[in-house]
Design a protein around this ligand. Structure first.
Ligand code: 26Q
Length: 845
């Protein structure tokens, strides 16, 4: 049976010819009465609930379905507007979209927040309670996945024809809890209660091939054509999620693919007599989109992961090509003018050889024409500087799973190396360095190089990061194609991270400056004029304090520890990674504890330290850092001598919806990675926007955060800077002697002695030896000991600043005021101006 194109057997074409009336919709009211009526209808008719229903799940569903109808209208109008303009589209290909919850975002962007609140109140319902019913859509690990989600929000708001393509994992990022100070992972079956935001589109099902082999046949035209035969096929079924722009009637689409078995699975093996094997094979097909890989650095060599990556690339490209032919027929001469694919890291970079394959093998194109189209439509974003995190796949595995793609990669490589040899005759080292295939006992496909060769644009995600790519990781490629390389500094959407997450601060800002900042974040600059106004400061302080109370309630509920809202809230939330240096934060906490225990508490600033984040399940050191956090927390929180002067918690199950409470309640934002290792960071921006002050190294976007503050204020007083620069880090490696540093610093020496005495692990001797050894190792790549002194000094400056409440509030206001650059609206304008070149399309009636 042949699935790929409509008509398809799941959805036969209709024979009848409906009149236009079928497609004409009565417009749904945007007032409270219309909304309340729809909610009641959905509740009673569609959901069939009545006065006996005690769960808030059904009122939640009734509300979402009512909103979804309103999104649906605008979605159709958006599609028609794009069609009429024959608009160029960009496709954001990403293995991750960390969407979090959708309800509050839909209310804000539809402009229905207040209407809904009062409509629900009349029905005796609280909108806040319904918002909390929703599971986070945790289809991502961290920064890269959340960035994709912020991008979609901004593109819809900027009226850009951009579509997201991803995978509909049955299980998202694992849920984390802590038992005996150890991370425990639980599956996140987020679809258990259904997902009212998605729309299944079985009529757009595609067929994906794996395994098998290539056959060459000469066609009637005498041309040699490749056929991928004996493949094991899987179906890709799309589910669409609406992405509303902010009050502009634009609704874009996030299309997520789900795997399903073909009918052959029911018949093939079965006819050969092995029923059980047939059912097992069917299961394997359905497993492809079962679970998100919880690694935020590439996990090398897992076949299922490569299956996922190809699944996304192939289904999405087939979808775009299918639509192209639907509108333009088989003429591809203008395809590159009208389409562009942004690869979110190398994860979807199979798209390069897959587009070649589809154009040549399925659409009869010659190599040169296919390559012109491919290399003019692909653009690649890199998100990491760690060389060990660059994705590689064993050639053997690649060739077994995707034989036709490997052939195409070899051909791309041969042609590419010819170009290199022409440019640098005789430079064989360079050929080996740049080859898409890393030679050796177990040859590997270098996915980043494949992405660079196949793309017209290669970008990093912060100025420093992009510079380091040009000078380091991709130096050879930069010499060959300097014009391809560019920077696009990350951002976050202020609609989620300020307007929704922090309504009281948003309200104060709007009262002061108007609401233009919601789509033009630069306008926050206007707050600087009010930073010295005592009455304004007082209101700012009161808002921050209320948000700290809210955060303290969460900490009490999830950690059982009381945070005093008047203490300094010092927060580090992000994936647990050695390069992010949660260890350094803990050394400081232990240092504060030692000071208290030794009666050195003169001029004390009460401090609550919150650390949260998930460790990749196979990352031993990261898990051990979590254990150390919990053990240090237990010791400090349980010590009556410490009392309220210092608290430390590990907050379990950090996720998008937790950050929506955390960022507004934070005073001090910890951004303390080893310089040159954090590509950008985006948590740093969420904190800044919410009026937290950063303590940080000159790494990633921290540099630009500090620059924006200095541009606004003319001084460097509003950022606690410390530590080696990226250059100094590289230089220090050659003569690094952490033991000498420890010996020479009495504070660090005392901290290490406490750790090494087993003070935090009485019952489990040796528990923290791996962490201690890493810090003491002359090969410690993260230079923890090197930055300790400077870090503690910066923390002391933060303490002193916080003790002066007026001064701190001023710093807080100035941080929000200077955060305008870090909106993804700016980021998306930059992508569009320099990479995509799309025309914004307003959506009419
Ligand atoms: C790859 C192959 C196999 C399995 C897993 C992976 C994988 C998955 C996720 C590799 C990397 C990631 C995620 C990386 C990530 O989140 N990077 C962060 O991206 C942010 C957005 O640009 C930056 O702000 C952060 O600095 C960067 O660490």
């Amino acid at each position: 049976m042949d699935y790929p194109n409509t008509p398809n057997p799941l959805r036969p074409l209709r024979a009848s010819k409906p009149t236009a009336e079928l497609f004409r919709l009565p417009e749904l009211g945007m007032d409270g009465d219309a909304l309340a009526l729809d909610i009641r209808r959905y509740f009673a008719y569609f959901l069939g609930r009545d006065r006996h229903c005690r769960s808030s799940h059904y009122p939640y569903l009734a509300l979402v379905l009512s909103l979804r109808d309103r999104l649906m209208e605008r979605w159709k109008r958006t599609r028609y507007a794009y069609e009429e303009q024959d608009a160029k589209h960009a496709y954001y290909l990403s293995l991750e979209f960390l969407m979090g919850r959708a309800l509050n975002n839909a209310l804000l962007n539809l402009g229905l927040g207040e209407t809904t609140e009062s409509a629900l109140r009349r029905l005796g319902l609280e909108v806040e309670e319904l918002i909390d019913v929703e599971h986070d859509a945790g289809l991502g690990n961290g920064g890269l996945g959340r960035l994709a989600a912020c991008f979609l929000d901004s593109c819809a708001t900027l009226q850009l024809p951009v579509m997201g393509y991803g995978i509909r994992y049955e299980y998202g990022m694992f849920r984390q809890h802590v038992e005996n100070c150890r991370q425990m992972e639980e599956p996140d079956h987020w679809l258990r209660d259904g997902n009212p935001w998605e729309l299944e589109r079985p009529e757009l099902t595609r067929r994906i091939q794996y395994y098998g082999r290539t056959e060459f046949q000469r066609g009637a035209d005498g041309r040699l054509r490749a056929r991928w035969v004996d493949s094991h096929d899987v179906l890709a079924v799309p589910y669409d999620i609406p992405i509303p722009g902010y009050k502009n009637d634009t609704v874009n689409v996030l299309r997520l693919w789900s795997s399903a078995a073909t009918d052959e699975f029911d018949l093939g093996e079965f006819n050969a007599g092995s029923y059980t094997e047939s059912v097992a094979a069917k299961n394997a097909a359905e497993n492809i989109t079962m679970v998100l890989y919880p690694n935020d650095a590439s996990e090398n060599g897992k076949e299922l992961r490569l299956k996922q990556q190809y699944f996304l690339a192939s289904a999405s490209l087939q979808d775009v090509l299918y639509r192209w032919e639907h509108y333009h027929g088989p003429d591809y001469s203008r395809f590159a003018e009208k389409n562009c694919f942004q690869l979110n890291d190398t994860h979807p970079s199979c798209a390069v050889p897959e587009l070649m394959r589809l154009l040549m093998d399925e659409h009869d194109m010659e190599w040169d024409q296919a390559w012109t189209i491919t290399s003019r439509t692909m653009a690649y974003t890199n998100h990491t500087l760690l060389p060990e995190a660059l994705e590689k796949w064993p050639v053997r595995l690649f060739g077994q799973l995707l034989p036709r793609l490997l052939e195409i990669i070899y051909e791309i490589n041969a042609r590419f190396l010819t170009e290199v040899a022409r440019r640098w005759p005789g430079d064989n080292d360079r050929l080996a360095r740049m080859s898409l295939i890393e030679e050796g006992p177990d040859p590997q496909v270098r996915m980043a190089y494949l992405a660079i060769v196949g793309s017209y644009s290669v970008n990093g995600v912060a100025e420093l990061h992009s510079d380091l790519l040009r000078q380091g990781l991709f130096r050879d490629f930069f010499e060959l194609w300097p014009h391809k390389f560019n920077n696009k500094t990350n951002g976050v959407t202020q609609r989620r991270w300020l307007a929704s997450a922090n309504p009281s601060l948003a309200g104060l800002v709007t009262e002061t400056l108007g609401d233009g900042w919601i789509t033009r974040l630069d306008e926050l600059r206007g707050l600087a004029r009010h930073a010295d106004d005592p009455a304004f400061r007082e209101r700012w302080r009161a808002v921050k304090r209320a948000n700290k109370v809210r955060l303290a309630e969460m900490v009490r509920r999830d950690c059982g520890v009381a945070f005093d809202p008047d203490a300094l809230f010092d927060v580090q939330v992000k994936r647990i990674h050695e390069y992010k240096r949660q260890q350094l934060n803990l050394l400081h906490a232990i240092h504060l504890y030692a000071r208290l225990k030794n009666g050195e508490a003169g001029d004390w600033t009460p401090r609550c330290v919150l650390i949260g984040g998930k460790a990749a399940p196979g990352y031993f050191m990261a898990k051990r850092i979590i254990t150390l956090t919990c053990k240090v927390a237990e010791m400090i929180n349980g010590d009556p001598e410490v009392g309220d002067r210092l608290k430390v918690v590990f907050l379990p199950n950090y996720r998008v919806s937790a950050m929506e409470v955390i960022a507004p309640g934070t005073d001090l934002s910890e951004q303390i990675s080893t310089a040159g290792k954090e590509a950008s960071g985006t948590g740093n921006m969420k904190f800044m926007m919410n009026g937290a002050v950063t303590i940080g190294t000159l790494d990633g976007a921290n540099i630009e955060i500090r620059e924006e503050l200095m541009k606004l204020t003319g001084n460097d007083d509003n950022f606690f800077l410390f530590g080696l620069t990226a250059e100094e880090v590289e230089a220090a490696r050659h003569h690094y002697d952490p033991n000498a540093i420890i010996e020479a610093d009495p504070d660090l020496k005392r901290v290490m002695a406490l750790l090494e005495s087993g003070h935090f692990n009485h019952l489990e001797p040796g528990l923290f030896d791996p962490i201690i050894h890493a810090i003491r190792s002359p090969h410690d790549p993260w230079l923890v000991a090197a930055d300790f002194r400077a870090y503690v000094d910066a923390q002391d400056r933060a303490d002193a600043a916080y003790r002066d409440g007026e001064r701190w509030t001023r710093m807080s206001i100035l941080n929000t005021a200077a955060s305008g650059k870090f909106s993804t609206d700016r980021t998306m304008r930059d992508y569009n101006a320099e990479i995509w070149r799309l025309t914004p399309v307003p959506v009419g009636r």
